[in-house]
Design a protein around this ligand. Structure first.
Ligand code: WQD
Length: 339
């Protein structure tokens, strides 16, 4: 019997790539999205890759009635929750917008799942919950630090909401996947990252600069205590990341969990500096990037990268794509957007 997975925020960057991998792994997938932070480019790309119209529900997860109706309409075996606001800077100036949207939407999903007698819930968390730690590479046992932003705090709070819900309500199981820095695009160049307005994140700013949409990339800080003075990050390929979700959903649906609530880091375990990433992008794509050093960006951690051992041991998942292939795919996607 095929399992049905609801992907909230499934029209977005990560949600669309996860939808493709789930469908190709044999799951029935229902995409639900309010399109507040993306257009239908990735949804159309998903349908093109899969060769069929995927079930799509346009809705807001802050609308409890709509969430309850969704759970009444589809036989949902698992939910992967992506639908959230994610701009770190905006969350500082608009905290209530972030707390309302990111927390209420998740509570509505969990409440509907509880009312149906339980469900497998996978939460899209982030390495941001670790803050700046000297305990590197960071493991799932590394302590969470006070968040640097309301956005980061919603990730920490939602992890606790999931943990407490699976402990309290029968039939609930939960996994939180803590992503490091998701980058890249699907090899088909039919789906990829679609930031609205000026990109906050490094790789879309790089590709938009390379294609001429941005005049110059600013490298925020070159005086950090790192080998080349720029920050260190764990850049994880978006397709590798998506495959980790398929492994986690399978673990929940096949009742292979050891605890009712589990946490896994999803990273490569390979730290890379901002400058190393820029140089690699230029080399593998044979392009010259216009960039300059700029002052440090408030809130940036100096260095963070994963110890991915637990996901490999328990999920049977490991990042496989090279940074070269990831950056080639990112560049191919950006060029496709300009066609
Ligand atoms: C990476 C490095 C910047 C842009 C955030 C969130 C995380 C997740 C991913 C949402 C830093 C430098 C960046 C630029 C630069 N969010 N940089 N010039 O901050 O590590 O993580 O995005 O899903 O939860 O915290 O990612 O790509 O913004 O920055 O020099 O124009 O690149 O200073 O050192 P970050 P990022």
């Amino acid at each position: 019997m095929k399992k049905t997975v609801l992907v909230s925020g499934g029209a977005g960057f990560i949600g669309s790539h996860v939808t493709v991998e789930l469908a190709q792994a044999g799951y029935d997938v229902v995409i639900a999205d309010n399109f507040s932070n993306c257009d239908d480019t990735n949804y159309k790309g998903v349908c093109a890759i899969l060769g069929r119209e995927m079930p799509l529900v346009r809705m807001d997860f802050c609308d409890k009635g709509a969430v309850d109706a969704l759970f009444g309409k589809y036989p949902i075996d698992a939910v992967i929750h992506f639908a959230a606001f994610k701009a770190v800077g905006e969350s500082v100036s608009e905290p209530l917008k972030y707390y309302r949207n990111n927390l209420v939407s998740f509570v509505n999903i969990l409440d509907a799942a509880r009312a149906k007698g339980g469900c497998n819930v996978l939460f899209s968390s982030s390495a941001t919950v670790y803050g700046q730690t000297d305990d590197l590479p960071v493991t799932e046992r590394s302590p969470r630090q006070p968040a640097e932003s309301p956005y980061g705090n919603t990730k920490t709070v939602c992890e606790d909401i999931l943990r407490d819900s699976v402990r309290a309500y029968p039939g609930m199981r939960g996994i939180a996947l803590r992503y490091f820095n998701p980058i890249g695009a699907h090899p088909s160049a039919l789906i990829g990252e679609l930031p609205r307005g000026v990109p906050n994140n490094l790789v879309p700013f790089i590709t938009q600069t390379a294609v001429g949409k941005r005049a110059c990339l600013s490298v925020f800080g070159n005086d950090y205590p790192t080998p080349d003075g720029t920050c260190l990050r764990d850049f994880i390929d978006i397709v590798d990341l998506a495959k980790a979700h398929v492994c986690a959903v399978g673990r929940m649906c096949d009742a292979r969990m050891k605890e009712s609530y589990e946490v896994f880091n999803v990273g490569t375990g390979r730290p890379l500096s901002v400058l190393e990433l820029i140089n690699t992008f230029e080399q593998v794509n044979d392009v010259k990037l216009n960039w300059k050093f700029a002052p440090r960006r408030p809130g940036d951690v100096v260095a963070i990268w994963a110890d991915p051992t637990l996901a490999e041991q328990e999920l049977g998942w490991k990042a496989e794509r090279s940074i070269a292939d990831t950056l080639k795919a990112a560049w191919a996607w950006e060029k496709k957007l300009c066609m």
